[in-house]
Design a protein around this ligand. Structure first.
Ligand code: HAM
Length: 425
């Protein structure tokens, strides 16, 4: 084995894997474009401050962070939302609102690698910047749901919550900001044991803590909202908001979103609706998507605008699709041109060039292989047909076109090859 190994938590992707990844990426992008979103791209690294400003200590602790040769603190992006909003504040603020943006890119987090958790991973995400909350929250959830439908991943669960509900409880309990953030983090991890310890340390009464645990344990359909009102002992604007959101989602044909008041998210910038999507087949790292509404632009020096968005963990989507047996068609290359003799090579180069110019995927033997070996090679690369040209073919001015699956062969005049393959396509 070579002494040069790739860094821990990174991966190489084979041609077959890349073909599948590009297929899925394309399907996601097509759905986003159909929803009126446009693609943006931001740098892979940013000034560290961008992520320190509001993302929260969890992300900051995991950051690949270093000083560059000019003495600047630089971080490989752990996520892309902060970059998109920085870009918005710097250059896109004057554009008509709402801005509907999507992106695909690699992200870096120094986590303990395991299946579905990498140090370099990929996110496909979307953000709506600058339109009222209910409409854009619903649109973003509908996009996430349609993306999953578009790639054929059915075994998923979308859980929607609202941070305003916890906030209301925190205000009633008069908790300071640090304790609030700690509680949110423990709720996000479902670590109720540690929550109990924190309650004891922070003088939170058992009664209040029980109420909080009851609240964040509530899940289900619209009835969960009614139960939450009972636990709170009052109506709550965030609960009403969730009711209206579910109604909107029904109009979009998204009927499978579940209320989960325990969604608290690991990033600190969220302020309203929050959601996660799980693919249960993935086991421990089952969260394939996370998102919600936030305001970040004011942190980066812009005017405060309402934003909402999500990011899919692209690698986890691929794993979940594989686990669920979702079919991804393999790319068939059209034809492999085999010169049987040296004298046929010149004609074969003319043929392959003509086909390529006509938009047909065509390759040519570069190794001077004998026919049997050349056909085996073409088969291994999934070519649909082979074009064979030897002395007889040169004489007749016809190529032998072989169907790789059936082995059937037919003669096609050289002059008609391009038309033959173009009508076959
Ligand atoms: P996030 O939940 O931190 O949210 O990440 C989004 C998704 O990225 C996760 O649900 C998960 O599928 C995937 N992911 C995270 N860490 C890893 C890892 N180490 N390996 C593989 N996949 C991973 C965000 O990043 C927000 N920016 C989402 C957002 C956009 N919120 C609003 N707009």
């Amino acid at each position: 084995m070579s002494e040069f190994q790739r860094p821990r938590g990174t991966r190489d992707f084979s041609p077959e894997e890349m073909q599948k990844r590009r297929y899925v990426e394309n399907a996601l992008m097509t759905t986003a474009r159909n929803f009126g979103f446009s693609e943006v791209m931001t740098p892979t690294f940013e000034n560290t401050d961008l992520f320190i400003a509001r993302s929260g200590p969890e992300i900051v602790d995991e950051m690949y962070e270093f000083e560059d040769k000019g003495g600047r603190r630089i971080a490989l992006r752990p996520e892309i939302t902060a970059s998109v909003i920085r870009y918005y504040v710097n250059e896109l603020q004057t554009r008509p609102k709402p801005l509907k943006l999507y992106y695909m890119g690699n992200c870096f987090r120094y986590e303990r690698p395991q299946s579905g958790r990498y140090r370099e991973f990929f996110q496909f995400g979307a953000e709506i910047v600058g339109s009222p909350s209910l409409s854009s929250d619903a649109e973003v959830l509908a996009l996430a749901s349609s993306c999953l439908r578009g790639i054929g991943l059915k075994n998923v669960k979308m859980r929607v919550g609202h941070l305003g509900i916890l906030k209301g409880v925190f205000e009633e309990m008069k908790l300071d900001e640090i304790v609030q953030t700690d509680i949110r983090r423990l709720v996000d991890k479902r670590d109720f044991e540690e929550l109990g310890t924190l309650a004891a340390e922070s003088d939170i009464s058992d009664e209040n803590m029980d109420r909080l645990v009851d609240l964040v344990s509530l899940k289900g359909g619209a009835e969960a909202i009614g139960k939450a009102k009972e636990v709170l002992g009052r109506a709550d604007p965030s609960l009403n908001y969730l009711s209206r959101l579910l109604e909107r989602l029904a109009l979009y044909g998204v009927g499978d979103a579940e209320i989960d008041l325990g969604v608290a998210r690991g990033l600190d910038y969220y302020s309203g609706m929050v959601f996660e999507i799980d693919a249960p087949s993935l086991g421990a790292e089952k969260q394939v998507c996370g998102g919600g509404s936030y305001t970040l632009s004011e942190v980066f020096g812009g005017e405060e605008v309402f934003s909402t968005g999500f990011a899919f963990g692209f690698d986890r989507l691929m794993l979940a699709m594989e686990n669920d047996g979702v079919d991804i068609p393999s790319a068939k290359l059209e034809t492999y041109v085999i010169p049987v003799s040296d004298t046929a090579r010149a004609k074969c180069i003319l043929i392959v060039s003509e086909l390529r110019n006509a938009g047909v995927s065509a390759d040519i033997d570069l190794m001077g292989r004998k026919m049997g070996k050349a056909l085996a090679y073409a088969d291994s690369l999934n070519f649909r047909t082979a074009i064979i040209v030897g002395e007889n073919e040169l004489e007749d001015e016809k190529a032998t076109v072989r169907d790789m699956a059936s082995g059937e062969q037919e003669s096609v005049p050289f002059a008609e090859l391009a038309r033959y393959f173009c009508t076959e396509l």
